[in-house]
Write a protein that binds this ligand. Structure first.
Ligand SMILES: Cc1cc2nc3c(=O)[nH]c(=O)nc-3n(C[C@H](O)[C@H](O)[C@H](O)COP(=O)(O)OP(=O)(O)OC[C@H]3O[C@@H](n4cnc5c(N)ncnc54)[C@H](O)[C@@H]3O)c2cc1C
Length: 454
C-alpha cells in the first residue's frame, strides 16, 4: 500500500499523523517551515515562559485526554488555577469582574439596570427562521440588546476570533448559541435546560470545561508528537501541487501516495495547484476567507509595579472603550512557572479586525501601546523586566456570514475526489480542541477510505 501524505504540520496534521501511526497506516507529513507546531510556539527565556500563539486548551472532548495519555504527557499537564475562573471586562478604564451567578449579575456595574431589565424580555422574543443566516451582532441585538453586544459579546469575540460580531455568522462561528435559540426558543431557557440535560448525560459545557497547558507550555504537546513521529516528518518541504492519476496522488519529487490530507490555512489551500487526471480542482475561492492579524505582546513586570491583584484569567477590552489592545491574559496567575518569583507575566493582544493596521508597528511601538493600556486598566507602572513580541499577519480565520459555501466546497471535494481530505481550522473550527478533533476524525475517515479501496 502506498503511504498517506499529510500536508501541514500544525496541531491538526500532527494529530492526524499520530492517529494513523497508531492505526498502523504508513504516513509522511510535509511541513513548509523548519519546525512543526504551526501557530503553537513557546519561548523559554530564563524563568519567563512566553506563548507566541495559543495559551490554553479547553478540555471539551474526551479525545484530548486520550491524546495526552497516549503521548505520556499526563504528568506534565497543568490545569489553570482556581482564580482563573474570574474574568474581567473593562468598563470606564476599570476591569469589572464578569458576574458568575444571578446575584452577582443583579449587582454588577458592568451592565446598566436598563440592560438587565431588557434581558428579562429575552425568553419572549421569537426565534429567527432556521434558514436565515444572521450575523452575531444582529442576533445579539435582537435577543439581548445593544449593551450586551458592546460589553459582553464584542470583547468575547475579540478574545476568541480577534474579529467583529458584525461579520461573524452566528450559525457558523457560534453553532451552540444558534442551536440554543433554534432548540429552546430562548438563550436563557436554553442555558437552564441545557445545563440540566448535560448534568443528566454527564457532559461538560465550555464554560465549565477545565483549561490546561503544560509545565513547559503548549509546545510540549507538539514536541511530543514530533518526537513520536520522528522520521515520518519532512520539514522545510512545502507542497503546492498534487495530481491524481491511476488511483494515487503524485506530489512530484515528494513521491506517490494513496491519499492526501491537507491541514493548511485557507489562504494556502487557495494557492494549491490540484488536478484530478488533467482536470484542475479549483480551490481559489478559499482566498476569500478573511484572517484577522494579531500581535502577541508578552511583558514581565515586578509584582510591586502592578496595582491590580491579577486574580483571574485576564481582562478583555470592549471596542467602545477605545483601548489600543484587545485584551490581556494574566499568564503568571493562570499557570505556575511563567515568571520568576516576585514578578508577573502578562500577554496582551493587539490588532485583530478592530485595528489590523496596528500589527505593522515596530515591536517597540507595540510594547508602548500595550503599556499605555496596562497603566490605565491594571495600574502597571515601572519598566518591563521582560518582553517578547510575535506578529501573526494572518492569525485566525473568520467564520463570517456566508462561510458555509467554503465548507460545502471542501466537503464536496472530499466526497467526489478519491483520496482527497481536508482538516483543520479552515473548515472544522478555530480552537485547539477543534483542530485536535478534526485531525483525529480525518485520520479515521482516511482509514475507512483505505479499507474500502484496498
Ligand atoms: C495568536 C493566537 C492565539 C490563539 N489562542 C488560542 C487559545 O488560547 N486556545 C485555543 O484553543 N486556540 C487558540 N488559537 C487557535 C489555535 O491555535 C489554532 O486554531 C490551531 O493551532 C490551528 O492549527 P492547524 O494545525 O489547523 O493550523 P496551523 O497551526 O496554521 O498549521 C498549519 C501548518 O501548515 C504549514 N504549511 C502552510 N503551507 C504549507 C505547504 N504548502 N506545505 C506544507 N506545509 C504548509 C504551516 O507552516 C503550518 O505549520 C490561537 C491562535 C492564534 C494565532
Amino acid at each position: 500500500m502506498k503511504p498517506v501524505a499529510i500536508i501541514g504540520g500544525g496541531i491538526t496534521g500532527l494529530t492526524a499523523a499520530f492517529k494513523l501511526k497508531q492505526l498502523g497506516i504508513p504516513t509522511t507529513l510535509f511541513e513548509a517551515a523548519d519546525r512543526v507546531g504551526g501557530v503553537i510556539q513557546t519561548i523559554r527565556d530564563g524563568e519567563f515562559l512566553a506563548e507566541c500563539g495559543p495559551n490554553t486548551i479547553l478540555e471539551t472532548s474526551p479525545l484530548i485526554g486520550d491524546l495526552i495519555r497516549d503521548l505520556g504527557l499526563e504528568d506534565r499537564r497543568i490545569y489553570s488555577s482556581e482564580q482563573a475562573e474570574n474574568r474581567y471586562i473593562v468598563r470606564g478604564n476599570r476591569p469589572v469582574k464578569l458576574p458568575g451567578s444571578l446575584l452577582e449579575f443583579l449587582f454588577t456595574p458592568l451592565f446598566s439596570c436598563r440592560a438587565k431589565a431588557r434581558l428579562l424580555m429575552e425568553p419572549f422574543i421569537r426565534r429567527a427562521p432556521a434558514d436565515e443566516e444572521e450575523s452575531l451582532a444582529k442576533f445579539v441585538r435582537r435577543r439581548i440588546g445593544r449593551e450586551f453586544l458592546d460589553y459582553a459579546i464584542n470583547p468575547f469575540v475579540a478574545g476568541v476570533y480577534s474579529g467583529s460580531p458584525e461579520n461573524l455568522s452566528v450559525r457558523e462561528a457560534f453553532p451552540a448559541l444558534h442551536a440554543l435559540e433554534q432548540r429552546y426558543g430562548s438563550l436563557i431557557l436554553g442555558q437552564i435546560l441545557g445545563a440540566w440535560e448535560r448534568k443528566r448525560k454527564g457532559g461538560v459545557s465550555k464554560k465549565d470545561a477545565p483549561k490546561f497547558s503544560f509545565d513547559q507550555g503548549l509546545q510540549t504537546l507538539t514536541d511530543a508528537l514530533r518526537h513520536r513521529l520522528k522520521d515520518q516528518i519532512r520539514t522545510g518541504q512545502a507542497i503546492n501541487k498534487a495530481d491524481r492519476q491511476n488511483n494515487s496522488w503524485s506530489l512530484g519529487q515528494a513521491g506517490d501516495y494513496s491519499t492526501v490530507l491537507f491541514a493548511l490555512p485557507a489562504f494556502r489551500l487557495a494557492e494549491l495547484q490540484l488536478t484530478c487526471g488533467s482536470k484542475p480542482i479549483d480551490l481559489s475561492m478559499l482566498a476569500d476567507i478573511q484572517y484577522a492579524p494579531v500581535a502577541s505582546v508578552v511583558l514581565g513586570f515586578h509584582r510591586g509595579d502592578v496595582a491590580h491583584p491579577l486574580d483571574g484569567f485576564g481582562a478583555l477590552n470592549p471596542e467602545v472603550e477605545q483601548l489600543n489592545s484587545l485584551g490581556t491574559i494574566f499568564s503568571s496567575s493562570l499557570f505556575p512557572g511563567r515568571a520568576p518569583l516576585g514578578q508577573v507575566l502578562l500577554t496582551s493582544y493587539v490588532g485583530g479586525l478592530r485595528a489590523p493596521h496596528l500589527v505593522t508597528k515596530t515591536p517597540d511601538e507595540l510594547c508602548n501601546l500595550v503599556r499605555e493600556d496596562l497603566k490605565r486598566v491594571l495600574g502597571v507602572s515601572g519598566e518591563p523586566t521582560y518582553r517578547h513580541v510575535f506578529v501573526h499577519r494572518r492569525a485566525i480565520p473568520q467564520y463570517d456570514v456566508g462561510f458555509g459555501r467554503f465548507k460545502t466546497l471542501m466537503n464536496k471535494l472530499e466526497q467526489n475526489v478519491g483520496g482527497l481530505f481536508f482538516a483543520g481550522h479552515s473548515r472544522d473550527g478555530i480552537s485547539l480542541v477543534d483542530s485536535i478533533v478534526s485531525g483525529h476524525e480525518a485520520a479515521n475517515r482516511i482509514a475507512d477510505h483505505l479499507n474500502q479501496t484496498t
